[in-house]
Write a protein that binds this ligand. Structure first.
Ligand code: G4P
Length: 197
């Protein structure tokens, strides 16, 4: 997605060979115009999948997920990383290990909001090792619903998550793919041509 690549080039900061800082428009300050366009782009890419729900994880996945939900006219659910005061029973849970942060989070979603027969689109901001997306897919499968696709804003193609998701047979759509973050520069990879089936 051209607009996202341009934003990354203009406002992204390469912290090191593994980490791109996008606090200016995704992770801290958010750009609503960009988020609206992202919603339209995901809606167009997944329009044939008969999506009934969108699932993301707090916190940075929520903005693009809600914009996509608005375009597709479906509810948006976010998995919680922290225990909720009111969300205490009948939960789907999955353990997500973050290699970046070296910590495990138990993520939870109420059984009320994903049901057998749902076609779920998973949305997240970054794809690095893929653990968050795989954990979310696990929750969808616990509910006997279908993972209809995984939509990612920024895929770091040099890390293992993308290949792992494709190997599991999920449809992956990434709006910007980064081949490397060498010498303080963002090098983009081309759009993935052959979709997994
Ligand atoms: P994985 O889910 O693909 O395995 O990723 P990983 O555990 O490595 O990532 C943990 C957190 O770090 C996630 O955010 C993820 O979005 C973020 N992250 C990973 N790589 C980058 C990067 O290059 N730049 C930035 N800015 N973030 C990255 P989180 O803890 O869930 O945070 P948030 O959603 O609350 O913002």
């Amino acid at each position: 997605m051209k607009l996202l690549r341009e934003k990354i080039e203009l406002e992204g900061i390469v912290l090191n060979e593994n980490v791109l800082k996008v606090d200016a428009f995704i992770n801290h300050q958010m750009d609503p115009v960009l988020m609206k366009e992202i919603g339209k782009e995901f809606a167009a890419r997944f329009k044939t999948e008969k999506i009934t729900k969108i699932l993301t994880i707090e916190s940075s996945g929520i903005a693009p997920a809600i914009m996509t939900g608005l375009e597709l006219n479906v509810p948006v659910i976010f998995a919680r990383k922290r225990k909720s005061l009111t969300l205490t029973t009948d939960l789907y849970t999955s353990t997500v290990y973050s290699f970046t942060k070296q910590e495990s989070n138990e993520i939870t979603v109420s059984k009320d909001y994903i049901c057998e027969g749902d076609h779920v689109l998973i949305i997240d901001d970054f794809l690095a090792n893929g653990q968050a997306a795989i954990g979310l897919a696990g929750i969808v499968e616990q509910a006997k619903a279908k993972v209809s696709g995984i939509g990612i804003l920024i895929e770091k193609s040099f890390q293992p998550g993308a290949n792992e998701i494709i190997a599991k047979g999920y449809r992956l759509e990434s709006l910007a793919r980064i081949e490397s973050l060498k010498d303080g520069k963002v090098n983009f990879a081309p759009k993935r041509q052959i979709q997994n089936i």
